[in-house]
Design a protein around this ligand. Structure first.
Ligand code: 5GP
Length: 190
């Protein structure tokens, strides 16, 4: 997606540990016009699959999932990272290992909001080592639902997430694919 790649080159900042900061349009301040274009692109890429729900993970996935859902006219469910009193006790759970934080945390979705009738599209901001998406995929499987695809805004193709998902037979579509981010230089795969 050319508009997104242009924005990454203009505003992306490469930080230590192979981290790309895109805080001024995706991860902190939100550029809703750009996110709207992203939502339209995902809706086009995953059209005609009979998707009934979009699943994402709090917090950064929620905005893009919402703008995609607006186009697809389906609800968004976001997996919660904390157990709170507001959340139903009966949940589908999965463990996620975070390489950036070097910790494991649980994510959960109320059983009210996913079941075996669902055809699910997972949406997230970044794909790095794939652990967040693998956790969400597990929730879909535990619910007996069908995973129709995974839509990623920025795939770091030099990390192993994309191959993990592709080897698992996942229909993965990423809008920008980074080949490398060495020495502050951002290179795209295509
Ligand atoms: P994974 O589970 O694929 O290793 O990592 C996915 C999550 O880690 C994303 O949802 C995102 O929050 C975070 N993440 C991984 N790499 C980056 C990065 O380079 N920049 C930012 N902003 N977040 C990242």
């Amino acid at each position: 997606m050319e508009l997104l790649k242009k924005r990454i080159l203009e505003d992306g900042r490469v930080e230590e540990g192979n981290i790309l900061k895109v805080d001024n349009f995706l991860n902190h301040q939100l550029d809703i016009e750009l996110l709207d274009a992203i939502g339209k692109e995902f809706a086009k890429l995953f059209a005609d699959l009979g998707i009934t729900r979009i699943l994402t993970i709090e917090a950064s996935g929620i905005a893009i999932a919402s703008l995609t859902a607006l186009q697809m006219k389906v609800p968004v469910v976001f997996a919660k990272k904390t157990q709170s009193r507001n959340l139903d006790k009966d949940t589908w759970d999965a463990e996620v290992f975070s390489f950036t934080k070097d910790t494991t945390y649980s994510v959960r979705v109320s059983k009210r909001y996913m079941d075996s009738n669902d055809k699910v599209l997972i949406i997230d901001d970044f794909l790095a080592n794939g652990q967040a998406c693998v956790g969400l995929k597990k929730i879909v499987e535990n619910a007996g639902a069908e995973l129709m695809g995974v839509g990623i805004v920025i795939e770091k193709s030099f990390q192993k997430g994309a191959s993990i998902l592709e080897e698992a037979g996942v229909n993965l579509k990423s809008l920008a694919r980074l080949a490398s981010i060495h020495d502050g230089q951002i290179e795209f795969v295509d």
